[in-house]
Design a protein around this ligand. Structure first.
Ligand SMILES: CCCCC/C=C\C/C=C\C/C=C\C/C=C\CCCC(=O)SCCNC(=O)CCNC(=O)[C@H](O)C(C)(C)COP(=O)(O)OP(=O)(O)OC[C@H]1O[C@@H](n2cnc3c(N)ncnc32)[C@H](O)[C@@H]1OP(=O)(O)O
Length: 187
C-alpha cells in the first residue's frame, strides 16, 4: 500500500466535476451507489477540491451484521464505493486491487456515515488512495478507514468480463455509455 519511488501526486482532470457537484451513479444497478438496488447502499458522492471526494451513506436495517449494527462488509463497500468515485476526478476507469480496512467504532443502524476520500499518489496504472468514515457528519468520530490500491483499466475490462445480458443492456443505454466515457480521457 506504500507508493513506490517514482510515484507522483495525482492531477485533477481539467474537466472534472466542480467542487461541491454531486457525482450521481456510475451504474443504476451498482450495489454501492445505484438507485435500482432497493437494499443497496445508495451512497451519494460529491466532488471535493483537488482529488478528493465526500460521500454520505445512511445505514438501514438491510445492512445489519449484528442486532442494530452495520455489517463490516457493508462498511467496506461504503469505503470501496467512495474510493472508486475518486476516479471521476482523474477521468480514468479503475478497479479495486487492494482494500485494507480498519473498523474503529461500531456503526448503529440509522447512522449517517460521512465519508471523505483522497488520491495520494499515482504510479503508472496504480492509484493509491485513502478514506475515512465518520459517525453523523464531518465533525463526528472516525468509525472506519481504508487504504486502497486501484488499477486503471479500459472500458473493455467490463465488456470482456461482464455477463453478456447486463453488458448488452448497458451498451444500449446512451446515458450509461456517456457515464462510462466520462471516465476515459481517450475513449
Ligand atoms: C458499456 C459498459 C460500461 C459499464 C461500465 C460502467 C461504468 C464504469 C465506470 C466506472 C466504474 C468506476 C468506479 C466505480 C466506483 C466504485 C466501485 C468499486 C470498485 C470495485 O469494487 S471494482 C471490483 C473489484 N475489483 C475487481 O474486480 C478487480 C479484479 N482484478 C482484475 O481484474 C485484475 O487483476 C486487474 C485489472 C486489477 C489487474 O490486472 P491487469 O492484467 O490489467 O494488470 P497487471 O497485472 O499487469 O497489473 C498492473 C500493475 O498493477 C499491479 N497490481 C495489479 N493488481 C494488484 C493487486 N491486487 N495488488 C497490488 N498490485 C497490483 C501490478 O503489480 C502492476 O504493477 P506495475 O505496473 O508496477 O508492474
Amino acid at each position: 500500500m506504500t507508493p513506490p519511488p517514482g510515484a507522483v501526486p495525482p492531477v485533477r482532470h481539467p474537466e472534472a466535476p466542480a467542487p461541491g457537484e454531486p457525482l450521481g451513479t456510475h451504474y443504476e444497478h451498482c450495489f454501492g451507489c445505484g438507485g435500482a438496488q432497493p437494499h443497496g447502499l445508495q451512497l451519494s458522492a460529491r466532488a471535493g477540491a483537488g482529488v478528493t471526494i465526500t460521500a454520505e451513506f445512511t445505514v438501514r436495517e438491510a445492512h445489519q451484521g449484528a442486532p442494530g449494527l452495520a455489517h463490516g462488509g457493508v462498511l467496506a463497500t461504503a469505503l470501496d464505493e467512495t474510493l472508486g468515485s475518486l476516479h471521476w476526478l482523474l477521468r480514468v476507469i479503475a478497479v479495486t486491487g487492494r482494500l485494507q480496512t480498519e473498523f474503529l467504532r461500531p456503526v448503529p443502524v440509522g447512522t449517517l456515515l460521512y465519508l471523505e476520500a483522497e488520491v495520494t499518489a499515482v504510479h503508472r496504472r496504480k492509484i493509491y488512495c485513502s478514506a475515512t468514515g465518520r459517525l453523523g457528519g464531518p465533525d463526528g468520530p472516525v468509525a472506519v478507514r481504508a487504504d486502497a490500491l486501484f488499477i486503471e483499466v479500459k472500458v473493455d475490462h467490463f465488456i470482456d468480463n461482464g455477463r453478456p445480458e447486463e453488458i448488452r443492456a448497458a451498451m444500449a443505454d446512451p446515458d450509461q455509455v456517456k457515464r462510462a466515457r466520462a471516465f476515459e480521457v481517450n475513449p
